[in-house]
Ligand binder design. Structure first.
Ligand code: NAP
Length: 306
């Protein structure tokens, strides 16, 4: 069985590639964007013609934290929706058997009763700062569902909450909240800064899933699921941004002040997923304790910069 894995050089992709190899999969194609730009349908067609995959796991995406989403709504929408459209349509043309799609918690309505259940995904507009990204992912999910209904393309649609872990993107222009905070606190400790400024009020809550736990669920999704209805992936651990900041400060060993810049957005007020479907269908539960995962991530980043 030949697997085409997109986004394999990314944060999640590296972990999924490792899981696939550890699970015994050997015939895996994982091109970089400079080899095949998946936004361009001609390049996707050539990729399929040359490689003839049996299964596709699609992770490639243009992603980032609140700042990146606010700065790039158009390119995030265009690039992500084009990649999804090109890949799914070529799966149909080239008789691919299965498409695993990784969506996002940003697809959920801004005001959604927590824990978010999969049935609620269409109940309202997503939080404004990440709506274009969340809606392009939902649109690709609908495309996959319609290709299953009309052409019999099997698939799976996983909806992970925010991920974290070693090898995350620490680039200021694209980083999510955990890498951005780790970098800020390490920098402040090293420079002896008296205070660290954090975005928002600290009151919003988030759920974070360790990257290797997500990778395990994705491989199971490819193996077990033939119905592209959404399946949430979460850790079951909800934390406020204020408490997260305190933990990172403590684990990094920074002793200065924390100042909240309330002129900056909090993003979605509350995020926490119901994961009972994943438990039932994938026989999967996240098993990384948040403090352990956070310490691993801080250690990995400290080693990478020193
Ligand atoms: N990180 C999170 O917290 C999170 C949470 C929920 C869902 N997700 C989803 O998980 C997936 C992976 O996210 P990530 O955080 O691992 O992203 P990432 O680290 O930014 O990696 C992005 C990957 O996409 C590839 N890519 C981007 N544009 C491409 C293009 N035009 N053509 C071909 N490849 C392209 C990149 O390849 P090159 O390096 O070769 O350019 C890279 O491998 C995404 O679908 C994302 O929506 C992520």
């Amino acid at each position: 069985m030949k697997i085409l894995l997109t986004g394999a050089s990314g944060f999640l992709g590296q972990s999924v590639l490792e899981k696939l190899l550890n699970s015994g999969y050997r015939d895996i194609v994982y091109p970089r964007s400079y080899q095949y730009d998946l936004v361009d349908n001609n390049q996707v067609e050539t990729l399929f013609k040359r490689n003839k995959p049996d299964r596709v796991i699609h992770l490639a995406a243009d992603v980032g934290g609140i700042g990146a989403n606010m700065k790039n709504p158009a390119s995030f929408f265009y690039n992500n929706i084009c990649m999804g459209i090109n890949l799914i349509h070529n799966c149909y043309l080239f008789n691919v058997k299965h498409f695993t799609f990784v969506s996002t918690v940003c697809s959920y309505p801004k005001f959604c009763e927590a824990p978010f259940r999969e049935e609620s995904i269409w109940d309202g507009y997503p939080e404004e700062t990440n709506a274009p990204y969340g809606i392009d992912k939902k649109s690709v999910m609908v495309m996959l569902q319609s290709y299953k209904a009309q052409y019999g393309l099997d698939g799976c649609c996983l909806v992970p909450t925010n991920l974290y872990g070693p090898r995350d993107n620490f680039d200021d222009s694209k980083s999510h909240v955990i890498p951005a905070l780790i970098k800020k606190f390490i920098k402040a400790k090293e420079s002896g800064a008296k205070e660290v400024v954090c975005w928002g009020t600290g009151k919003a809550t988030r759920e974070f899933l360790y990257v290797d736990d997500a990778a395990e669920a994705i491989v199971r999704g490819m193996e077990k699921i033939n119905d592209p209805s959404p399946i949430n992936l979460g850790s079951g651990y909800e934390i406020s941004i204020g408490d997260l900041v305190q933990k990172i400060r403590e684990f990094v060993g920074y002793e200065g002040e924390i100042v909240w810049d309330t002129s900056k957005p909090d993003g979605q007020p509350k995020r926490f997923l119901d994961t009972s479907r994943a438990k039932r269908l994938l026989d999967w539960e996240a098993n990384t304790v948040f403090d352990d995962g956070l310490k691993n991530t801080i250690k990995w980043y400290s080693n990478a910069v020193n």
